[in-house]
Design a binder for this molecule. Structure first.
Ligand SMILES: [Ca+2]
Ligand SMILES: [Ca+2]
Length: 482
């Protein structure tokens, strides 16, 4: 039996008690629950864009803090959106404009958001898809968990796995077979653990990314006979210049979808997959609320970009219109946000990094290209004069303010939409001379530096292993599973 002298025993007891007290002290830095949702566009209940969508859990989270109703990605594609958000460096600064352009060689370890939190004494945990391909770099996390998939089976009612590259089918599995379920399990485990330091917990859900394959009960929530197509105009591309039409690619996914007659099925499948992701978010929020950390944890939830489902004859992201850039952004910051805030000021996701640093008392590194939005968290109606900027490939930019969207492509082609008068962006008024001053004002936010495109799949790809580029796939992560 181990003999411990009495005096040492009491020293051990005293130190242990001190640690326990430290864990409870309210003056400790706040924890962070950072929730990334893959390919979730603005079809979120409280944003009002699609009345059919069912997102009760995101909605109840939003009701606890501030939801940004005019929030936009830095790039409409997984890899550049996430690389920019996590590094504080815009695509135009790094040359990471699309999937397949590795961020690791051009973004130093000292630049990333998680590195700042580690250096500030946080434990930094991650699970699921934070970077594209769930790639993470050792040394920037205390622990990283990648949930395993496999064993998913199409439901017998499924016709096939979708239309061309748009993949969807109900599954015969239950929720707990899904990788996102396992990611949330890992996160709940961390929320229930005792921590001797503040924590930063990043949870990356891979749904509603394609394939839109989730347990059948989520499809059953959206009977096909009641599905409405998103508002659209068949001639919407008629007033769009050649550079925009090339992004829309109407001859691709959309032509195949029209020929298949299955557009409504695709909408149903996306709604079902959003509902599944929302249910996982509900589990996560419940996990936080039952933990000792509820009142000392900042929550930020963001979708990495939007999604078109046939609007402008376009599918997926990979474009600069409202559907492709707009995504949810919800903040709950104890002591800063008040319940029920809706902020209509335009913000992009370059604000997330500096705002987290600001709220946690961590110095924002000088390289970070974005402002803290703390003032908007405290007062969603506060004055704000910066627009949101989204970039897709070199020198194609979209600038969104509270009313207007101005798009300028690398070849000089332009679009301008008055989203107040024209919420769906059907009428391009760029050629109408009376708006020249609006265009000139918004054009001031176009970056001066537009870095060359990095080579695709240069060296090591996102996962650390070379990946072949599939012709016409558009997104390396859009695999047909199952
Ligand atoms: Ca994505
Ligand atoms: Ca149009």
């Amino acid at each position: 039996m181990l003999y411990v002298p009495c005096r040492i025993f009491f020293i051990i007891l005293f130190v242990a008690a001190g640690n326990a007290l430290a864990a409870e002290t309210p003056s400790r830095k706040p924890n962070v629950l950072f929730i990334a949702v893959d390919d979730l566009n603005h079809w979120v209940g409280h944003l009002g864009r699609n009345p059919q969508t069912r997102t009760p859990n995101i909605d109840r989270l939003a009701a606890r803090g501030v939801s940004f109703a005019n929030a936009h990605c830095a790039a409409p594609s997984c890899n550049p959106s996430r690389a920019a958000l996590m590094s504080g460096l815009r695509p135009s600064t790094t040359g990471v404009y699309d999937n397949g352009q590795a961020w690791q060689p051009v973004i130093g370890q000292d630049k990333t958001l998680t590195t700042q939190f580690l250096a500030a004494g946080y434990n930094v945990f991650g699970t699921g898809k934070i970077y594209h391909g769930s790639a993470h770099r050792d040394g920037e996390w205390t622990d990283y968990h990648n949930p395993r998939g496999g064993g998913l089976r199409r439901h017998p009612s499924a016709k096939n796995d979708g239309v061309g590259g748009i993949k969807f089918s109900p599954l015969a599995n239950d929720d707990d077979a899904m990788p996102d379920y396992k990611a949330v399990d890992y996160a709940i485990g961390k929320l229930n653990a005792a921590h001797d330091k503040p924590f930063f917990l990043a949870v990356g859900l891979v749904k509603p990314h394609m394939p839109w394959s989730v347990p059948k009960k989520y499809f059953d929530m959206f009977p096909l006979e009641r599905i409405e197509l998103p508002p659209h105009r068949a001639d919407d591309l008629a007033d769009i210049p050649p550079a925009g039409r090339r992004m829309a690619k109407p001859e691709g996914d959309h032509a195949r979808m029209l020929a298949s007659g299955r557009w409504k099925e695709a909408v149903q499948a996306y709604l079902a997959t959003i509902a599944f992701a929302d249910a996982m978010i509900g589990r996560l929020i419940d996990g936080l609320d039952k933990s000792p950390h509820r009142d000392n944890t900042i929550i930020v939830l963001w979708g990495d970009h939007g999604w078109h489902l046939g609007e402008k004859e376009h599918w997926r992201k990979f474009a600069l219109w409202e559907e492709a850039t707009r995504s949810p952004l919800v903040w709950v910051a104890p002591g800063v946000t008040k319940a029920g805030g809706i902020c209509k000021r335009p913000v992009d996701f370059m604000t997330i990094y500096p705002t987290l640093c600001d709220l946690c008392g961590i110095a924002t590194p000088a390289h970070v290209e974005g402002p803290s939005i703390r003032q908007l968290l405290a007062d969603p109606q506060a004055k704000w004069d910066r627009p949101a900027l989204t970039t897709y490939h070199q020198n194609n930019h979209s600038i969104r303010d509270e009313r207007w969207r101005y798009i300028r492509y690398a070849n000089g082609d332009e679009e301008l939409y008055d989203h107040e008068a024209d919420p769906y962006g059907w009428k391009n008024v760029a050629a109408q001379g009376q708006f020249d001053a609006v265009k000139a004002r918004l054009a001031k936010s176009i970056p001066q530096v537009n870095h060359e495109e990095l080579p695709r799949n240069a060296g090591r790809a996102q996962s650390g292993k070379p990946r072949p580029r599939r012709q016409g796939a558009g997104d390396q992560n859009e695999r047909a599973v199952p």
